[in-house]
Design a binder for this molecule. Structure first.
Ligand SMILES: [Zn+2]
Length: 400
């Protein structure tokens, strides 16, 4: 398999002195960004000339002579900041051309400046073996402690340093040939709102436990925000706290999806599920809300807010992990197969409302709805035969 690019993320733990130096880097990059914006705005407004990225890059030599403090930032990193300006202007001109009247790209406050990027391997070095999690050395700043556990390292390509909510992060792009172990089973799966995943054998993965707690906390923080006076310092603080909580949940969600998809991949040689239509998901969420029982309704509301988009994110992970592991993933076409309306035992089709959680067929087959649908998908995948994927011995279809 060919090498792929993969982004690995670490949290950085600079010393107090390093932190100050890094803030200084941030200010300088931001200053360069704003200067480049200014120059382009003036040229465009005063003379109708559009200055290119290449024009601005040429000036970097002179700029560095006049401002030697920019030198440790690294030439490539400075160019990358100019590229960010270029992207902003490209978007601006696209909108002009489309007949819109967009505002000029804006100046940024360094306090809101996201960070900088080394687009090559100069001016920084990565020591993955050092200490437990590795170390990162930046020219002009020194060796930084870091924390993070990538599944697989590779040849380093670029590095982005970002600063958000008082935290420093390093995001390293590596090229690697992915390695992934896989299992021997054929597994069908389906997702629901009440239970995250259901497999064809009836086992499954419950929704993560952190959901309920997170929802309560979000609600409480939201109330705190609305109690504080608009524009007050306390409100700002409360908003920041709420933002951090959202971020924390997003991270945990991603972590959960990664773990579940890796686990699934580790057991399977063939995976089958229903082709995911985003429309279907919202629909089924609504269906669950309408179904009787206070508990279910609450649960649906809770899960909808936090797990919105989770199935498509999950499927995305399953897809690329399947490629890495060299196993087959079959996404059954819904219209043709009708997984939720077909009996996995006899193939008879019968409509179910969204509230019907159990599959009952005249042939005597009774199964939880999601399990039945997972089986239908698996049977479809097996019927496609080895031609669709790698040549393996399929496990025989489940008998009921
Ligand atoms: Zn049947």
């Amino acid at each position: 398999m060919d090498a792929v690019k993969r982004r690995i993320t670490y949290r950085l733990y600079p010393t107090a002195a390093q932190h100050q130096l890094m803030l200084e880097f941030l200010r300088l990059h931001c200053e360069l960004y704003n200067a480049a914006i200014q120059e382009r705005r003036d040229a465009w407004k005063l003379c109708g000339i559009s200055i290119t990225k290449a024009d601005q890059e040429k000036q970097l030599v002179a700029v560095k002579e006049a401002r030697p403090e920019l030198i440790p930032l690294g030439g490539h990193a400075l160019q990358e900041t100019l590229r960010r300006v270029d992207l902003a202007f490209q978007a601006f001109f696209r909108r002009v051309q489309a007949g819109q009247t967009p505002g000029f790209p804006r100046f940024k406050s360094w306090k809101r400046f996201s960070g900088w990027t080394y687009k090559s391997t100069s001016n920084w070095r990565f020591f993955p073996g050092e200490k437990k999690h590795g170390a990162l050395e930046l020219d002009g700043i020194g060796r930084l402690r870091m924390r993070g556990e990538p599944r697989q390292l590779g040849e380093t390509k670029t590095l982005t340093i970002s600063y958000k909510r008082g935290r420093w992060q390093a995001s390293i792009v590596v090229a690697c040939v992915p390695e992934r172990e896989h299992g021997t089973a054929g597994i069908g799966f389906d997702w629901g709102i009440e239970r995250f995943l259901t497999f064809d054998d009836g086992t499954g993965v419950e929704n993560p436990r952190f959901l309920r707690k997170s929802e309560r906390k979000l609600k409480a923080l939201g109330r705190t925000v609305s109690r504080k006076k608009r524009g007050s310092k306390n409100r700002k603080k409360a908003v920041a706290k709420l933002g951090r909580q959202h971020e924390r949940i997003a991270n945990r969600r991603e972590d959960f999806l990664h773990r579940q998809s890796a686990e699934l991949e580790g057991r399977a040689v063939l995976l089958a599920t229903e082709k995911l239509a985003t429309k279907n998901m919202t629909h089924s969420a609504r269906g669950t809300v309408e179904s009787p029982g206070k508990n279910v309704r609450q649960k649906a509301g809770l899960n909808k807010s936090i797990l919105d988009g989770a199935p498509s994110a999950f499927l995305g992970m399953v897809r690329y992990k399947a490629v890495e592991a060299g196993i087959a993933l079959v996404e059954a076409p819904t219209r043709m197969i009708k997984p939720s309306q077909t009996c996995p035992a006899c193939g008879r089709q019968q409509k179910k409302t969204l509230a019907e959680r159990v599959h009952r067929c005249a042939c005597g087959c009774v199964l939880p709805r999601d399990q039945a649908s997972a089986q239908v998908c698996l049977h479809f995948a097996l019927s496609q035969g080895p031609g669709t994927g790698p040549r393996v011995e399929w496990a025989p279809p489940h008998k009921h």
